[in-house]
Design a protein around this ligand. Structure first.
Ligand code: NAD
Length: 494
């Protein structure tokens, strides 16, 4: 077993959990031991929050924005220099193909660059309220931020939170997922090397039930920025209501792709194969329901299955691999549960539907990319987030039918539309209950464009100026201009 410890980093110091407990990590593609993380609890969180609060009141929160800009640009540069090392470690930690993680690391770098530039663009306003008053607004950091992240895009999603929070002048306690925590250590080391003073960014490893819950409850935390499952988000939102903590929630999805009768069929097929099977379907915005116009349906399904069968599933460190392992052995029974639900609902499984076996597959958690058709809209596989390489393809007969089906779930993160008819596209863009609509492209997330959902997909937006704003509070200042306070009661004193 590998003895390497990925320690907590509190006030700039590398430390174990106060309890001394650890959790062992495994490569989900090979079963190889990867090391361990501290199993932290409320006492570790206490120390990290105290360090963050002290840095907020001292070295970080009160320095010039231009100093934060320089540090965040430096962090981007240092990430670039270690991109390959980060990508390989993350690939071994969560089973995603290394080439794909490399793209995500590049995006994390761009996110730091975006918010490095934005840090010095924060401005208050001077509204012309009244001739005898001078009123203006100041923007101040929200305070100490608790950032809690999932396992599916570890370093990228951590960067989505750390870059804007630090740019705004907040200090942070980061609690990464216990399933894929390794690269968080590199990120926090890089931020220190770039010049973040001790206490500005603290890392506490552990489970959600222990370290995560303690962070959410802590009275010294002003905002929780959470990405993860909808049920966890709901529990966090309730807890934050107790002391009115600010809360940002990026949650689950069940995103649709809609292929209209005028779409380019081959392009729509190839793009849709990517939008579900990238990251083995473990993406919040995975387009896991595909609605195809009746006139194209049979050809679409046939071509989609043929393209799916071309996917290379295997060693995440091989640059030719399209799909690696599921991130954790606990994901396999979840996939089986959905396959059973599909069978019970009368669905037809056109390919996949089972764990892959034989050769390298026997060492890890590999699940075959799965295509299901003929399911009713109320089936679990249509309504619930699967978070794995399973797609349901269904048909629609009119634009209104497509809109009703696309909107017929509790989630609303992303929707992708394939059409070459702009008036039709406009109707869909307006009618889709979704935080993001993409048109004839699989891409969803670029720094500068707000990323986030409506309905039960969350509250708030990542990656854009809206995000920076959410890490700031507005303070209103009102002053008289005559130098003499007004006397509204008109009283006199001798
Ligand atoms: P999860 O909710 O199980 O865990 C997410 C994080 O929360 C982990 O760090 C976990 O330790 C912590 N946590 C768990 N219980 C907690 C509690 N009671 N209090 C505080 N923290 C707690 O989610 P996951 O399985 O890691 O990630 C998958 C989910 O994340 C999917 O639903 C996916 O859609 C969602 N996700 C959303 C986005 C988005 O931007 N909308 C992006 C990526 C992933």
């Amino acid at each position: 077993m590998s003895e390497k410890l990925y320690p907590n980093i509190i006030n700039g110091e590398h430390v174990p959990a106060l309890s001394g407990k650890t959790l062992a990590l495994q490569n989900p593609a090979t079963g190889e031991a990867l090391g361990m993380i501290p199993l932290s609890g409320a006492d570790d969180i206490d120390k990290a929050v105290a360090a963050a609060r002290s840095a907020l009141n001292g070295k970080w929160g009160r320095q010039a924005a231009s100093a934060r800009t320089k540090i965040l640009f430096k962090a981007a540069e240092l990430m670039n220099a270690r991109a390959k090392e980060i990508a390989e470690l993350e690939s071994r930690n969560m089973g995603k193909p290394v080439m794909h993680v490399m793209g995500e690391v590049k995006q994390a770098i761009e996110d730091f660059e975006y918010f490095a530039g934005a840090a010095s663009k924060v401005e208050g306003r001077v509204p012309p309220v009244h001739p005898v008053f001078f009123g203006y607004t100041l923007k101040e950091p929200v305070g100490v931020v608790g950032a809690i992240t999932p396992w599916n895009y570890p370093i990228m999603l951590e960067s989505w939170k750390l870059a804007p929070a630090l740019a705004a002048g907040c200090t942070v306690v980061l609690k990464p997922s216990e399933i894929a925590p390794c690269t968080a250590n590199i990120l926090v080391e890089i931020l220190h090397e770039a010049g973040c003073p001790e206490g500005t960014i603290n890392l506490v490893h552990g489970t959600g039930e222990s370290a995560g819950a303690a962070l959410v409850k802590h009275p010294g935390v002003n905002k929780i920025s959470f990405t993860g499952g909808t049920d966890t988000g709901r529990a966090i939102m309730k807890e934050c209501a107790n002391d009115m903590k600010r809360v940002m929630l990026e949650l689950g999805g069940k995103s649709p792709a809609i292929v209209c009768e005028d779409a380019n069929l081959n392009d729509a097929v190839l793009s849709s194969v990517f939008t579900i099977f990238y990251s083995a379907g473990q993406s919040c915005e995975a387009r896991s329901r595909i609605y195809v116009h009746d006139s194209l349906y049979d050809s679409f399904v046939e071509k989609f299955v043929a393209a799916t069968k071309q996917l290379v599933i295997g060693d995440p460190l091989d640059k030719n691999t399209h799909i690696g392992a599921l991130a954790h052995p606990s994901r396999l029974p979840i996939m089986q549960k959905f396959i059973e639900a599909a069978k019970q609902g009368g669905g037809k499984i056109l390919c996949g539907g089972e764990q892959l076996k034989g050769g390298i597959y026997d060492q890890g958690c590999f699940f075959a990319p799965t295509v299901i058709v003929d399911l009713p809209e109320d089936n679990l596989c249509v309504q619930e987030e699967i978070f794995g390489p399973i797609v349901v393809i269904s048909k629609f007969i009119s634009d209104d039918d497509a809109l009703a089906k696309a909107n017929g779930v509790k989630y609303g993160l992303c929707a992708t539309l394939y059409t070459e008819n702009m008036p039709r596209a406009t109707k869909f863009i307006r009618g889709l209950h979704s935080g993001i609509v993409t048109l004839n492209t699989p891409a969803t997330a670029l720094p500068g464009l707000p990323f986030g959902g409506v309905k039960q997909s969350g509250v708030g937006r990542e990656m854009a100026m809206d995000t920076l704003e959410s890490y700031l509070e507005t303070k209103t200042v009102l002053s008289g201009v005559t130098g003499k306070p007004i006397n509204p009661f008109g009283l006199t004193l001798s």
